[in-house]
Design a protein. Structure first.
Length: 188
């Protein structure tokens, strides 16, 4: 019985060669996003550690500065960004596209670097540093939008297929989210 189940499974996998290759590419893209997300967590932690070293406390201080960073680079506060992406309690960064995630990392990394260089002491100084860090990413966003003709800040979220943009072209063949689900079932 075990051998028969294994043979059926192998036939199913072999019979879907093209879909399997396309699904593998999709999983690789997902892996890239996961690596970016993990790096963004590290960058965020470095920023919050810097804020703590400068005497800021979690809660209102962190939320205020984070809103300033978001508003500066993305033209939206965290609350506005969540509403734009139709999120309720989900983590905003977990629902960013690759480009949004990279620009947010740039904004937070820039804020940390500027803070280390300028050593702000007052909340007003921290606010100014947050604006400066967000501006670095804003400038990059504006230039990318100018070069591509496409908006970077996107309403896509994980539920709206952020990781695959609903359908992606790969080597002239398209595949859908169901292929990723199918591939994930096989690898899981």
């Amino acid at each position: 019985m075990v051998g028969a189940n294994s043979q059926r499974k192998n036939r199913r996998i072999a019979g879907s060669g093209a879909n399997y290759r396309q699904s593998f590419v999709a999983i690789q893209s997902f892996g890239v996003w996961i690596n970016q997300r993990l790096k963004s967590i590290e960058i965020r932690k470095d920023l919050t550690d810097e804020w703590k070293r400068r005497g800021l406390e979690e809660g209102v201080h962190f939320a205020t500065l984070t809103d300033i960073i978001y508003k500066t680079w993305a033209d939206k506060t965290a609350k506005e960004y969540r509403q734009f992406k139709d999120l309720k309690k989900e983590n905003l960064r977990d629902n960013m596209t690759n480009t949004e995630l990279v620009l947010n990392m740039l904004a937070e990394l820039s804020t940390k670097e500027i803070s280390e260089a300028k050593q702000p002491e007052t909340m007003d100084e921290h606010i100014q540093v947050a604006h400066q860090g967000g501006s670095v990413a804003r400038n990059a966003r504006k230039e990318l939008e100018k070069q591509t003709g496409k908006a970077v800040v996107s309403p896509l979220n994980a539920k709206k297929n952020i990781l695959t943009n609903s359908q992606r072209e790969t080597k002239g063949k398209s595949f859908h989210n169901s292929d990723i689900h199918f591939a994930c079932q096989r690898t899981g």
